[in-house]
Design a protein around this ligand. Structure first.
Ligand code: ADP
Length: 312
């Protein structure tokens, strides 16, 4: 039996036992209350009723202590299961990453000599490379998620040009956007000396810009802006699209791992439901916030607010 099954069956058994005891005590209390409420009850009957009530009260007190203990145990077991899941997820992603990386490396070496292959062989090699790239992306997401879940995500802050980072990300997403006839527009204020983890923030903004392209139809515009925060103390990065929009019921859930809405990528891109959960955790690790406003059929606006820190 795995830890999850063990935890579940014990918790279920405890809960149903507690329910039985509560039902019995409730019945006894009701009986005692009937005696006490009876205007014609004799002194002996009233004393017996009170005594019985005190007994039930003491039993309920004991039961409540036992329930507190049980809930502490369930909480501990849940923490152990979560830790086990994170460990397993991180280990699997890490161990699969190496061989997939090697396969990718070899397919790239072979592709560099592609004149030695037939056209069909080159097509197959390119397919292997592309699939490998997808698997590596997924494994990286799983690794980051397991780090954020287990609290072992470490930030490596340094000073960098935030405006330039956003320009680079917009340019790399422009290639796919142009293929889908989506315009990427930018309004970027200058922040040449931003202090944060550049690589992690690149993951955040690449995901948001990527999603704007992924979930928008042709002939639309996505706008990326960088502005000072409302109180002048932070920065605001906004990604606004004219895409599919997110149904109200899904708005709260899109930041949960593996949650996907009924929206499907408009160009057949991959979708795992992991991106935004990682985005949120990285933003929060920087003491920032992320919010989303959206209207189905009209588009979405993701706003990331980050504090300005100075290098120590
Ligand atoms: P993925 O895109 O890999 O599925 P995400 O965590 O980035 O994972 O997004 C979760 C879900 O939220 C997506 O599956 C999609 O349904 C929805 N979503 C995210 N961004 C947008 C957007 N800009 N417009 C419409 N739907 C979106």
């Amino acid at each position: 039996m795995n830890p999850s099954e063990q935890g579940q069956s014990r918790a279920e058994k405890d809960a149903s036992q507690a329910e039985d005891v509560f039902a019995r005590e409730q019945a006894a209390l009701d009986e005692a209350a009937v005696i006490l409420e009876n205007e014609n009850a004799s002194g002996d009957e009233l004393r017996a009723g009170l005594k019985s009530m005190r007994r039930q009260y003491e039993r309920l007190l004991r039961l409540s202590r036992r329930l507190t203990e049980m809930s502490d145990t369930s909480h501990r077991e849940l923490m152990e299961i979560t830790e086990f899941k994170n460990h397993l997820m991180g280990m699997a992603a890490h161990d699969i990453r190496a061989p997939v990386g090697i396969m990718m490396g070899f397919s790239q070496i072979l592709l560099a000599d592609s004149e030695e292959f037939t056209e069909q062989q080159s097509v197959f090699l390119e397919k292997i490379r592309k699939q490998g790239e997808g698997v590596l992306g997924l494994l990286d997401d799983l690794l980051t998620l397991s780090q954020t879940e287990s609290g072992s995500l470490t930030l490596d802050p340094a000073e960098f040009d935030l405006t330039e980072l956003l320009r680079e990300l917009i340019e790399s997403n422009r290639i796919i956007a142009e293929k889908k006839r989506i315009v990427l527009d930018d309004r970027l204020a200058e922040y040449p000396q931003f202090y944060a983890d550049r690589e992690r923030l690149a993951q955040v903004f690449n995901n948001l810009i990527g999603n704007a392209v992924k979930y928008s139809p042709a002939e639309t515009t996505a706008r990326i802006s960088l502005d000072p925060g409302a109180d002048g103390e932070g920065v605001l990065v906004t990604v606004v699209d004219q895409g599919l929009g997110i149904p109200p019921d899904d708005i709260e859930k899109i930041f949960r791992p593996f949650h996907r809405t009924a929206n499907r990528p408009t160009g057949g891109e991959k979708s795992t439901g992991l991106g935004l959960s990682i985005v949120k955790r990285i933003v929060e690790a920087h003491d920032g916030t992320i919010r989303v406003e959206s209207e189905v059929g009209k588009g979405s606006r993701f706003t990331v607010e980050l504090p300005i820190r100075s290098a120590p």
